[in-house]
Write a protein that binds this ligand. Structure first.
Ligand SMILES: Nc1ncnc2c1ncn2[C@@H]1O[C@H](COP(=O)(O)OP(=O)(O)OP(=O)(O)O)[C@@H](O)[C@H]1O
Ligand SMILES: [Mg+2]
Length: 312
């Protein structure tokens, strides 16, 4: 997520809403009556699985949602959240298994709410997304067929976003955004965290290699919008029965668009491969087959997989 890089400021910015506050918020902002609330994992923000009870005059529509409450830092950038929401809706309309974004009573895709904490007033952007079926890949059996599908989806997602337009799209040029691979050299200032040991030397070498072999060739890569965080908790899968009777797993949800930014096709490949390698050692995703490298484009294998760490 994009909030301050300093862990201390992140902790301070993280929302701490109670179930009662969440219930009241869903009703006042989205006009829905909550029946149950469960906290969901979160990194920088606060996420809740919210079930609603139907009113007598509404018999259709989803009953399960995810309420996302952005931290105070990222809540200061409503344009970025708005673009992310429109991308989620655009991909959903294009047939991708992304959530639907619920509109507020005022017909917006997010609402800024302010809480008086006594000493100061803190503002948080809140959004309601539909709850998607399935389980995170982290908890599911993985197969070459599933890895292939994930690679293909990653490629198709980036390709589809070439057709996405929005007046505020330029906010995805996120300069100094630590999670964009273009900014790998920014990691140098955190090397101390590894301590004086072999790991630090290895990471130093990788960053140097990246500067020499990747940074110098960036103009040869094909630019695109990257999801940037296709990790094993941001992809949901569900199983169905094949004709043979065997279970076949398919992607049922693509989550967490908070790290989107302008990057390159090859960055998405590198990030997805890295996460899937961490998840299980198997063959790499099929991204390369859906958007094969051009002759001019350097091969991604050397230098590009980076010292990203697994997160939410
Ligand atoms: N629409 C959804 N449908 C089903 N489960 C979801 C949905 N959104 C989030 N989740 C669950 O909640 C978890 C955390 O959500 P998400 O990935 O959006 O947040 P995060 O980036 O990991 O944390 P943060 O929002 O703090 O940055 C997911 O890994 C998933 O298990
Ligand atoms: Mg996540």
């Amino acid at each position: 997520m994009s909030s301050g890089d300093d862990p201390q400021s992140q902790a301070l910015a993280k929302p701490t809403f109670s179930d009662i506050q969440v219930s009241a918020l869903v009703e006042s902002v989205f006009g829905l009556k909550v029946s149950t609330i469960q906290p969901l994992p979160s990194y920088d923000d606060q996420n809740f699985h919210v079930c609603i009870s139907r009113s007598r005059d509404s018999t259709d529509g989803p009953t399960e949602y995810v309420l996302k409450i952005n931290n105070t830092e990222s809540s200061k950038n409503p344009d970025l959240i708005e673009v992310q929401n429109h991308i989620i809706m655009f991909l959903n309309a294009a047939g991708f298994p992304t959530a639907s974004v619920c509109h507020t009573k005022g017909d917006s895709t997010a609402s800024l709410i302010s809480i008086d904490s006594g000493s100061e007033i803190k503002s948080y952007l809140v959004r309601l997304l539909t709850y998607l079926p399935g389980r995170p890949i982290a908890e599911s059996p993985i197969s070459p067929q599933l890895l292939y599908e994930i690679g293909r989806l990653a490629a198709q997602l980036d390709k589809t976003l070439e057709k996405f337009h929005h007046p505020k799209l330029s906010c995805l040029h996120r300069e100094n955004f630590i999670w964009n691979l273009k900014n790998v050299p920014l990691l140098e200032k955190y090397l101390y965290a590894l301590g004086q040991n072999r790991n630090q030397e290895i990471v130093e070498q990788v960053i140097q290699l990246f500067k020499e072999e990747v940074m110098t060739k960036l103009s040869l890569f094909r630019e695109c919008i990257n999801h940037g965080d296709l990790n094993d908790h941001n992809i949901l899968v569900e199983s169905s029965k094949a004709a043979s009777g065997d279970a076949v797993y398919q992607v049922s949800g693509i989550l967490d668009f908070d790290d989107m930014s302008y990057g390159y096709y090859v960055f998405e490949v590198a990030i997805t491969i890295t996460y899937m390698m961490i998840e299980r050692s198997s063959r790499p995703p099929a991204h390369a087959r859906s958007t094969p490298s051009t002759d001019r484009e350097p091969q991604p294998c050397r230098g590009t997989p980076t010292p990203r760490i697994p997160r939410g």
